[in-house]
Design a protein around this ligand. Structure first.
Ligand SMILES: [Zn+2]
Length: 447
């Protein structure tokens, strides 16, 4: 009998915090799972920002396939900004109603690439039942109407679909979770729904996304929020209890615990717009620790010139762009050119310029996303790029860059046999499909 599978994503949880919590047993549910599983540090995608990373987790693809480029980006077809929620002020600046519709509906219905296959789509196609709690990449085939009276636009998700008290495929009695973020209301909502689903044993795969840890880390800085971790741990513990205890839980379920990206401290907030100010036809989208520069049709400067103008600025540690069949990385005035070769990268220049985890692979995939800007910017450690409204997490934590601290995640697998090595967040969806004996999408099979 194949076990059912629960994929737990604790947003922004760093490997250091996870390892410490397990060692000291300060997170009892995670420590219990770690005792029965196998653990390694893994690598995220780039930009290491939540909508991008959760799409990678749910599809097993980097942004070249799933096409979500950033938290905020320029939609070339519709000639407008898409802002998924860098900050409340940024949402207001981009247009409140439009941002809400983009985040709730369009991200999955329109922005998520057609060639990407979510775990929900793949497993339900094979006749299994999947469930999603709060994960932003939820695309499935079942229409769900909002539970808010008067709203009639459906979202297409998995059969069991729970999304921030807005979509609920079952009446669970869960309290509305969208107020009280700083005290962990969203994870408490997830805990309630998760308990309900496990009690009824109503799924083959459940993706259980817990965002409140990241929210606390942004405010307090990475590693400084034991309370938030305790609440995320309690939301995992709720599932174990609902199964009737530890042994029953492990008998029934295989488990993956991971995060989507890391976090690093913010000591300085910098504008990526400033060094390019006054240049006609240049549009900057920046938020957290990643930025993009779009060349609009009226721009007269070429991409390489724009990249050179960011040399030595506080905003840019690495600037990436495409030139013909190659990608170019500029770092402190030096250049590395690279392209995928047969089994390894073809490079010219000093390869150690891109020494961050899986940097060539991640940079290449980010640049190959048709929704990405012509330039991609990864700032130095300690620097955050201000958003549309000039906001930042100065004094707290952030993520988004190629740097190891933003890009390294804990990955714990319990009760799973893997054919291939599991060391990146894009390996998790293929691992889940393999577990159920379901064929991988071509992009994941070739990887
Ligand atoms: Zn975050």
């Amino acid at each position: 009998m194949r076990k059912k599978l629960i994929l737990v994503v604790i947003d922004g949880l760093t490997p250091e915090v996870f390892e410490d919590a397990v060692e000291t047993e300060s997170a009892p549910a995670l420590a219990f799972l770690a005792r029965h599983g196998s653990y390694r540090r893994g690598v995220s995608t780039f930009p290491s920002l939540t909508p991008v990373c959760l799409s990678s987790i749910a599809t097993g693809a980097h942004p070249d396939v799933h096409r979500l480029p950033h938290l905020v980006w320029w939609h070339r077809g519709e000639r407008r900004l898409v802002e998924y929620g860098s900050s409340f002020a940024a949402i207001r600046a981009a247009g409140m109603r439009r941002s809400i519709v983009d985040t709730i509906f369009n991200m999955n219905e329109q922005h998520l690439g057609r060639d990407a296959v979510t775990v929900f789509e793949a497993l339900e196609e094979a006749g299994l039942t999947t469930g999603a709690v709060n994960i932003t990449c939820y695309r499935g085939r079942t229409p769900h109407l909002p539970v808010v009276p008067g709203l009639t636009r459906p979202a297409y998700g998995p059969k069991e679909f729970f999304f921030y008290s807005l979509f609920e495929s079952e009446v669970t009695g869960a309290p509305v979770g969208v107020f009280g973020r700083s005290s962990g209301s969203i994870d408490a909502y997830a805990g309630y729904v998760g308990r309900w689903l496990v009690t009824r044993d109503g799924f083959d795969l459940l993706v259980y996304y817990l965002p409140d840890y990241d929210f606390a880390s942004h405010a307090l800085g990475p590693g400084a929020n034991q309370e938030a971790l305790a609440r995320s741990d309690a939301a995992v513990g709720a599932l174990i209890e609902a199964a009737g205890g530890a042994d029953e839980f492990l008998e029934r379920y295989a488990v993956i615990v991971c995060s989507d990206h890391g976090q690093t401290s913010v000591e300085r907030a910098v504008s990526l717009q400033a060094p390019l100010a006054g240049t006609e036809g240049v549009l900057v989208t920046a938020s957290n620790r990643a930025g993009m520069v779009y060349r609009l049709p009226e721009c007269r400067e070429d991409t390489a010139e724009l990249a050179r103008r960011l040399d030595g600025t506080a905003a840019a540690e690495v600037v990436l762009y495409r030139e013909g069949a190659e990608a170019v990385a500029r770092r402190q005035g030096e250049e590395l050119r690279f392209a995928p070769g047969d089994g390894d990268w073809l490079t010219s220049g000093d390869r150690s310029l891109l020494d961050q985890p899986d940097a060539l692979e991640r940079a290449w995939a980010a640049l190959a996303n048709p929704n990405a800007g012509e330039l991609l910017v990864s700032p130095p450690l300690g620097v955050e790029l201000t958003d549309l409204a000039g906001r930042s997490h100065l004094g707290g934590g952030s993520h988004g860059s190629l740097e190891a601290g933003d890009s390294t995640v804990p990955i714990l697998t319990v009760g799973l046999e893997a054919r291939t090595e599991v060391r990146r967040i894009v390996d998790l969806a293929p691992l889940a499909l393999e577990h159920f004996g379901v064929k991988l999408p071509a992009y994941a099979d070739a990887a």
